[in-house]
Design a protein around this ligand. Sequence first.
Ligand code: 5AD
Ligand code: SF4
Length: 476
Amino acid sequence: MTDVRTGEQRQGQGQRKRVFIRTYGCQMNVYDSDRMADVLRPLGYALADAPEQADLVVLNTCHIRERASEKVYSELGRLRDTKFERRAQGRDLTIAVAGCVAQAEGQEIVRRQPAVDIVVGPQAYHRLPELLAEAERKSAFRRAGKRLPGAGVLDTDFPAESKFDHLPAPAGVHAGQAFLSIQEGCDKFCTFCVVPYTRGAEYSRPVAAVLAEARHLAAAGAIEITLLGQNVNAYHGEAADGSTWSLARLIRALAEIEGVARLRYTTSHPRDMDDALIAVHGEVPQLMPYLHLPVQSGSDRILEAMNRRHGRDLFLRLVDRLRAVRPDLALSSDFIVGFPGESDADFDDTMRLIDEVGFASAFSFKYSRRPGTPGWAMPDQVPESVEAARLAALQALLGRQARDFNASKVGATVPVLFAETGRKPGQIIGKTPWLQSVHAEGNARLIGSIAAVRLTAGHANSLAGEIVVRPWEAAA
Ligand code: 5AD
Ligand code: SF4
């Protein structure tokens, strides 16, 4: 969960208003929260640090995790109390629910929590100004003692036109890093996943729009750009000449933009790792040697039941081919344990796959039934206690691999992009090309730039290092 505090604060015309945006879930949601802040800024909304200081609170929700919507409803209960306290003082608090829970539950949210003013799906953020105006109109009616049929304003349609055509250019470059959303939605329909239902069909932004946004970000100081999409390597954007560009072609073009020293992309599907994209990993130095490639399971039987459309062999062959062109590639993945029907033998297949590949980092989850997905109704749901034991074993193995990977870099001098100050005075934290965090002593002026760092110690989740001072810098 992340609180978004981006962009310069701007005095609105007339009364100054404040918005607090709470972001749950993935990088796509962080990106969307930034865009919502961009849409609201011209309306005079500055960013607040806490709900108590805000006139408008947006919960940008995520539906993938277990009990995600319950967490949202309890947060909404707290916000309702604040709203009622405000009303007693003759003021108001506008409450909006955005993101995937908004998309999945729609009107149900307003039914369960009538204090909610706006429910807006991920495809409709550009309509926030209209929705706010409508909510304000309803609130004025209420203040005048009139009754209106239905509470809340709802927009969870998948519109024919793209929201990207309407959203303003992004403001968000933080410490030299920026995210750029190039693709949304998914047509894969893995049987455990809500994304095809909440984010809709796969859509790729046109090439010209992506390149323009990347140039804009580079001009605003971005030296690392991470391309985002639920199924980012399925990218197939239309170019001005009518041709279709793949992600590989897009990456080659983005690498030409002056100032862009680092490129990354996430999240990918194994089925969409084509030859051209594998080649790019070996040929474009700006593309960092890191790939997040979810496999979910190492058992062919479970992969089939998950409708992943690939087996363990395809994944292992991809890893070999990627490492052939980029031997130092750091691999990351997502794993689900306890998918319905997963036996001890299936789980062993996953453990063997992990052993065979060797991951630098990974995310792992107990399977959780999501209403509306085929997995919900599958027989042989795995008991919680079995899921917990499997997850512990899997995480222990992945933890050892991460530690080994970190340790393997100790002694090397590598470029680190510094992003923030550390907890200790004089400490700054950055990222290696392989996306490990590095702690070093250094001047905060280095934040937002790349410096050479000699790595001195490897830990479970990070590395320690010393900034290499070159003789001419020491003299300066
Ligand atoms: N249960 C557990 N994990 C899930 N994920 C997605 N849906 C579920 C679910 N129902 C995990 C997958 C995916 C990551 C983003 O979240 O591993 O790759
Ligand atoms: Fe969900 Fe990813 Fe499968 Fe699409 S490819 S359905 S986003 S897990």
